[in-house]
Design a protein around this ligand. Structure first.
Ligand code: SF4
Length: 81
């Protein structure tokens, strides 16, 4: 089973909750102070919305980041096989 993370860069306030919960996939750019989702690419859904497909092994940590994000900037959807 695979999952898709959608990350809304516009909603994000760079408070690092996701970086703390899931440092494997989220990182802080220390020179800009901006958070990003490692390896993601911008979607056609709208500017500044990024997506990344992940494996089940990374789901737990990502769910914690999703639940902890105070801005609702992270959504995780299950992908159909
Ligand atoms: S937890 Fe949400 S608001 Fe905070 S840095 Fe991560 S995506 Fe942005």
């Amino acid at each position: 089973m695979k999952y898709k993370i959608l990350y809304d860069r516009i909603k994000c306030e760079d408070n690092l909750v996701c970086v703390a919960e899931c440092p494997k996939l989220w990182k802080l750019n220390s020179s800009t102070g901006k958070v990003s989702l490692k390896g993601s690419k911008e979607t056609k859904l709208g500017s500044k919305i990024f997506e990344l497909v992940i494996e089940k092994k990374d789901l737990n940590a990502c769910r914690k980041a999703e639940a902890g994000c105070p801005k609702g900037a992270i959504k995780i959807n299950e992908l159909k096989e």
